[in-house]
Design a protein around this ligand. Sequence first.
Ligand code: NI
Length: 169
Amino acid sequence: MAILNILEYPDPRLRNKARPVEHFDNGLRTLVDNMFDTMYAAPGIGLAASQVNIHRRIIVIDISEKCDEPRVFINPTLSLGSGTLETDEGCLSVPGIYETVSRAENIVVNAFDQHGKPFELATQGLLAVCIQHECDHLLGKMFVDYLSRIKQQRIRQKLSKLKRQRAQD
Ligand code: NI
């Protein structure tokens, strides 16, 4: 078990664009295991490799209450479907901040699992929102980018204050 360090907004490394995974090897599977450990420990419901400073197209998600439905999406491609859904989103890279974001309600995602097996998933609601949020990370995009400039500024101020407090402790 390994807990990885999560980059925090506005760290510029969160803006890197992730490259596709080419080798579905043991190194990849260890990384996926460590990403789950890190996400469950945080605790969170989704984590993109970009957030642990590994710029490859890898996402782990578990939206279940009992943390027993781990999902892995490698090299995901998204098709946005009908409807929009507004939910309060948070992010392990933006600790303590929750803001309303509008997303597609229905999506289809094509991806590979950690063994290189391709799959297609049509889904909606919270899981669809979570997949869109994590896919954004792989493009160097964050949920705060959808907010007004004033809100983004306030969030940066809040986080830098939090960082100073943590440094003093
Ligand atoms: Ni996030």
